[in-house]
Design a protein around this ligand. Structure first.
Ligand code: TXA
Ligand code: MG
Length: 327
């Protein structure tokens, strides 16, 4: 029988488990990560198996400081250095040529590697104490909404990973922005905590390409897989949804989430199993995955989600909402 996952709160202990090839779920400012030594092929294989992650989807390598980039990357470009310097520690991942010591499984056989420095005290202490590059995907069963609390991590992975680091809920709640910086013009591959507008302040030519492949070559691997999906049926709706006739006809076994504005303040009048209204976009982003998980915990069949509007973090939230709906 599998032993249960240990709950820990000592960064040095987390580092020791990682150094000896173990798997540790640890908090970051975005979502919980599932860490493993990026140079240990057996450990990386076990991580893919624990998550049920498709092996063609590469992992991000986490470092204690951006100046340690050469622990994972072979070379660095000016754009990568500028973005890391500006936004690290923080919710940005830059893609660079991979260094040989990083296992091929980590990068799904690609010659490139994503590197990131989380803005989270415990994460940084663990990374400093371990002194090795740590590959870490989001700490959830593959395809499910990401985890922003240690309790959610255990819901998915108890008994499958060695330890979970207990900490407060993740503050941003959505994953890092992934930017390919191998050429001087950055390409945003996944929207996240650092907005494209912020990146364009430094590199106005920055492009966006969130397609899995382009012209036969791999651009943003893994984006073609299912992501962030609850068991409930997801219905994406506009901000005036609650004023429409359709809203009055929804199944009573439903949940609604959106911003606490205008018509939504009337949501309490509908016979909903669960209604979560967020004060602003930051709160919506922070609570979004946990809301999806709560819908499933309660066995609710339908979840109505107000589509986030606007740029900045809303772009990342909207991306996750569409993917949660399988679009
Ligand atoms: O905020 C985050 O990034 C979180 C925390 C734990 O750091 N991690 C995370 O990992 O979201 P994951 O595995 O759920 O998503 C990694 C994303 C995937 O979309 C993957 O395709 C992309 O990063 N990625 C990783 N390495 C890449 C590479 N070499 N080239 C292109 N995309 C890459
Ligand atoms: Mg993920």
């Amino acid at each position: 029988m599998r032993t249960r996952t240990r709950k820990i709160d000592d960064p040095n202990l987390a580092a020791e488990i990682l150094q000896s090839g173990g798997i540790v779920a640890f908090p970051t400012e975005t979502v919980y990560g599932l860490g493993v030594d990026a140079t240990n092929a057996d450990a990386v294989d076990r991580l893919f198996a624990a998550k049920g992650r498709p092996t063609d989807n590469p992992l991000i390598v986490h470092l204690a400081d951006w100046t340690l980039w050469n622990m994972a990357a072979k070379s660095i470009t000016e754009s990568a250095a500028a973005l890391l310097k500006q936004f690290s520690p923080g919710p940005i991942t830059v893609v660079l040529p991979k260094r040989d010591e990083i296992c091929n499984q980590v990068t799904a056989g690609l010659a490139s590697v994503g590197i990131r420095v989380p803005r989270h005290d415990a994460a940084l202490e663990i990374l400093r104490s371990a002194g090795i590059p740590i590959a870490a995907p989001s700490a959830n069963n593959s395809g499910r909404p990401s985890c922003t609390t240690w309790q959610s991590v255990l819901e998915d992975l108890d008994g499958k990973v060695d330890a979970v680091f207990e900490s407060a809920p993740c503050s941003i709640g959505l994953e890092s922005t992934v930017v390919d910086c191998r050429d001087e013009t950055p390409i945003v591959l996944r929207a996240g905590g650092v907005s494209t507008e912020q990146i364009r302040n430094f590199f106005p030519q920055t492009t966006i390409n969130t397609k899995a492949t382009s012209g036969g070559s791999i651009v943003s691997p893994g984006t073609h897989h299912a992501h962030y999906q609850p068991s409930a049926v997801v219905h994406l709706v506009q901000s005036d949804f609650l004023e429409t006739d359709a809203a009055r006809k929804i199944d009573t076994n439903s949940a609604f989430c959106g911003l606490r504005t205008g018509p939504n303040s009337e949501a309490g009048n509908l016979p909903l199993e669960l209604c979560q209204l967020f004060e602003n976009t930051d709160a919506y982003a922070q609570g979004f995955y946990e809301l999806l998980r709560e819908v499933d915990r309660r066995g609710i069949k339908n979840v109505y989600i107000e589509i986030a509007s606007g740029d900045g973090l809303s772009t990342a939230l909207r991306d996750r909402q569409f993917r949660a709906a399988g679009q």
